[in-house]
Write a protein that binds this ligand. Sequence first.
Ligand SMILES: Nc1ncnc2c1ncn2[C@@H]1O[C@H](COP(=O)(O)OP(=O)(O)OP(=O)(O)O)[C@@H](O)[C@H]1O
Length: 281
Amino acid sequence: MSRLQIHDVSVRYPGMNGGETVTALSDINFTIEPGEFVVALGASGCGKTTLLNLMAGFIQPSDGYLTLGQSGIAGLPRVACGLDLDDQITGPGKDRGVVFQKHALLPWLNVLDNTAFGLKLQGFSLKERNERAAEFLQLVGLQDFHKHPVYQLSGGMQQRVGIARALTNDPQMLLLDEPLGALDALTREVLQELLLDVWKQTQKMMFFITHSVEEALFMASRLIIMSPRPGRITHEFSLNFNQIFLECRDARKVKSLPEFIAMREQVLSIIHGDEAEGGLH
Ligand SMILES: Nc1ncnc2c1ncn2[C@@H]1O[C@H](COP(=O)(O)OP(=O)(O)OP(=O)(O)O)[C@@H](O)[C@H]1O
């Protein structure tokens, strides 16, 4: 298993209509170790999605570079000299699966075919891709829904398909951009638990963005708090509420622990401080 490293990364976007350049991220140095569940939290506009898009290889940094093990992800062509890397091709890759808030499923395909779609594009045989898709549909609890059209599924079930689909390539890490943000409160809690089970069983690195402080504390083995203008990582906390849940299986109990409540208040005051300084868009 490899670690993901972010080296001296900044991202500047050109201003809209000739306006000022936006520094979305400034001097980010950060490492995600194998098996970590990292959650990013912060006021709107602090650069969370920009950071995820860099890790996915969707965008390139203005300065710095990102690596996953010995492979470049982004930014390397400008700085590759002297680096001992196996693979200097930058951009998206099968080693990173992405789950968005909007699942982008194909409405004309059933659950199994949606899950197996990426494997089809890569030329896997029907048997292979159906076996692989079935394995991950089982992991997300959709083993009885292979033939269902996706448009008949609830939002939570559709998001389960999105998670299964992202896992079919056996990526080293999952990048999740507010994956539960559009779900009702009860479904959201069920999927939080499901994602922790997926994490435990697959041991994949996770990078998860949320606006919910409670969700962040519940899911993270490491929490990063970002602040805007320019986007920076200002606080980091190592947490173990996810492990407590995986042992006791009682989310309400975990979320009402005095340590959990104290941490929630601490994090809320950090974020509200940033918003009061003008971070909220
Ligand atoms: N393509 C773009 N062009 C210009 N500016 C951009 C672009 N994408 C993002 N930005 C700006 O960069 C900053 C960081 O945006 P980003 O979407 O990464 O923040 P975020 O923390 O994910 O926000 P939110 O929580 O609202 O989703 C914001 O000021 C945003 O307006």
